[in-house]
Design a protein around this ligand. Sequence first.
Ligand code: C2O
Length: 541
Amino acid sequence: RSTRFYDFKLQTMKITKLCNTRDIVTVNGMYPGPVVYAQEDDRVIIRVTNQSPYNATIHWHGVRQRLSCWSDGPSYITQCPIQTGQTYTYEFTMLQQKGTFLWHAHFSWLRGTVYGAIVVYPKTGVPYPFKFPYEEHIIILGEYWLRDLVQLEQATLASGGGPPPADAFTINGHPGPKYNCSSNDVYTISVVPGKTYLLRLINAALNMENFFAIANHKLTIVEADAEYTKPFTTDRVMLGPGQTLNVLVTADQPIAQYSMGMGPYMSARNVPFQNITSIAYFQYLGATTNSLALPAPLPSFNDNLAVKTVMDGLKSLNSVNVPKEIDTNLFITIGINVQKCKSKMSQQSCQGVNGGVMAASMNNISFIKPNISLLEAYYKKINGYYTEDFPGVPLKFYDFVNGAPNNIPNDTSSLNGTRIKVLEYGTRVQLILQDTGTVTTENHPIHLHGYSFYVVGFGTGNYNPQTANLNLVDPPYMNTIGVPVGGWAAIRFVADNPGVWFMHCHLEIHLSWGLSVAFVVKNGVGELETLPHPPADLPRC
Ligand code: C2O
């Protein structure tokens, strides 16, 4: 195995998009940021120096960080932010991991511009389980805002209401021809007729799940969240923020210019969103550049069935080792609700539903980030920053009988707190994620740090153990699961990686509203089951 060294400098850069020149935060002046390349089992060392005016951290989304929780990156969970002028070095091993990952800032809404791909190849001599592609391309979906993103988060929270829609969607940072002043700001892949390409699709959008399709071309999914899947051919795919899909596409159509389109999947009611398609070109060699690109067949923004079809198609390539016995069964509701307008905000009108403040919660607890690192507080036994009483079932308005809801889950209110759930080393966990919400229900991309989990089932309505038909043979092994709108998802994992691990909705506004929880996984026995000491350069708060 080898060691890959990267130097990341967080710095602001002037950029002109949509007729507007402004400063954005980037890594090394690149937008999207640099690609981190490695091979399975490599050691990766990334020195991050913060030359931007903001606090920042970087998270390696989907990297399981086996015994390296200190390098995971979520601010106030595993580390204090790297302050302006400071450096922190992330070190981890791509242990038994390969495929396509996303890295992104994990402080405020900085990840709106601070993101990039991680591409991990199989070990030398180990082939892909599919025909080797002629070429591969990274395709990162994003959202672009003509606003400072740290200020945008603060302004949105202060308003008590929802966030404004993005000013544009982007493909590899380019909005494409449908927006003002961007007819030439288009990402293009040129392809050789007859060849097969591997596209590494990544969704780095802040507040939107997205569809992706290529006009007249089929996509064959071969990997999801950096784990191989049974090949599944489809006209379009959907990715929540944080999710990655590797797809094969063959240039088997008449020579022309085709559009690759990215559009919104918005399952919530009455939420304003960006509804213009971002387009890139899939350009055959020999086609005239100005041949009118056929529009990509994107589903409409609320096409839940299109999403279900893709999810149904995701299966692990081979049978997998799903925990059959369960030690800890957790039932966690995901809710969007309204809290009372607080007095400190009374000068402003609270713009949430009914004059309240929007909030989000898991089991009626709206997570409050501490102002130190939870991992440090746990490791150094510093009291007073969190409590260990996160409830294993919803706190309120709930009638829970024999492991299943007996009435309609309801999230009319939430309590604020930094409550965590403690798991003994090796606990076999089943987690039922149940979408609720009095204000609105929607598909929530729930991400767990430090683990991949088997998605053993999902469905609409309330989870019911009698009718839930769980797949314990070949479920996909993922790190982010889109919990169906008004429905549920069941995931399983073995808690064998000690540390403090964040779980949250990857729609950034929901994270800001408190849609998260942290797990403490205790040490096991011996060096291979013990979290090491913190590194010397760990930032202080
Ligand atoms: Cu990609 Cu905590 O997130």
